[in-house]
Ligand binder design. Sequence first.
Ligand code: FRU
Length: 477
Amino acid sequence: MMTKEDYLKEYDQHQKMRENVREDKYRLKYHLMPPTGFLNDPNGLCQKDGVYHIYFQYTPFDCGWGTKLWGHYTTRDMIHFCEEEPFLYPDTIMDRDGVYSGSAFIKDNIIHYFYTGNVKLCDRDDYDYIQEGREQNTIHFTSKDGYEISKKELILSNNDYPADMSKHVRDPKIFEKDGYYYMALGARSRDDQGCVLLYRSVDLQHFEYYNRLMLPDYGYMWECPDLFELDGQLFLMTCPQGLKQQGHNFANVYQTGYFPVDYDFINNTYTLGDFKELDRGFDIYAPQSFLDEKGRRIQYGWMGLPDTDYDNQPTIEHDWQHALTMPKVLTYRHHQIYQQPLEEMKQLRESKIQSNCHHIQQTDTICYEMKIEFTKNQDFNLEIRQDVHLTYQDALLTLSLGESGRGRTSRSVDIQEISDITIFSDTSSLEIFINDGQEVFTTRLYSSSFHQRVQFLTDNEGQVTFYPLKSYDITKK
Ligand code: FRU
């Protein structure tokens, strides 16, 4: 078990890792990445007394899949960040093999946290750790300020989950509706049906099984559920594993997307609408959203995926792997979720350079925001970097990467019309927003040179606005 004291002792010995990270040219300038080691899911996102708390799954001393802590960044303005000490450690018998993903919910000025304590039993050597051999403990604790925490309390354990569940039940997230608190838990049944279990509570402490959200044969496991409303429409965002690729859809190893949900909470019946992929790129998983003090629904995702067949990532040599996506605001428009960069990102703009599609004026920077507004719907071939192209032909939009993709080749989406494209380029990532966030492509990439030009290889009509972007300001506590 790694306690805070162990961690602090080891941490001093890891200054070398920090230096190695600092020297990496692929280190991101305006994305949250692990100070050292491996980052995965965003966790416990919330804003309390003006301060945003961004926690994340974290193995500080290991660039691969190790025992998880919760890392912690804070910010007041989404531009200046503080790297805090890790927030949560696997230091009890309920969570000794990892403080797995979880969430925060603020009620009466108190932050309630819920997460999964992962325990792998080692009293036998024939466990498969799916059907048997694992405890998935749902644990609750509180905090007034996002730093100091109360005692961890076990609120649900294996015996509290339906008997037909495997030992994969995790990632609690709270949704409040009409005086009840609903907890969504990602789950895999014994016969490999993915689903989301719903538990209900009136006091955020005692939870009763309520229902399960599922579709027959829709993957074997649904991870990281997020239930929320946008403009009165309920959505279930989740990450199904085990969906087969269908044409251009479901091309990644695991999926990330959402169902509109029609829930009758009086009769406890529901229907799930069609599943839509959140992002059409190569690196997106485990997104989590929260309401900030301005009432915006902000979402971060893991800009990465587990179990990919991409080649070894070059950042590993520099003692880190993966990052969070940019923060995005979710809205409900035209029967779907739209994603937009957080307004605050505009503060990173250094200057504004305008031109047209024929001659894109830009500076020699790899960190930029670029908006292209077309005057008409037209096919195009846009070279974003030397071996990175965004092409639109016959109503199919394709992002293709060459060697810099390290095994990431191409991803496509059918789209009838394109009016605008916004590209956020960081040293080793791209986030591409189509039609004001109707579709998004998120990817990591590792260009050998940062001297790159953006240009249309076709004759296109439209206006281009280019903004070189500054770095985040990140200090360490
Ligand atoms: C998703 C996930 C979660 C789990 C966590 C462990 O990436 O597997 O289901 O809680 O990561 O780090």
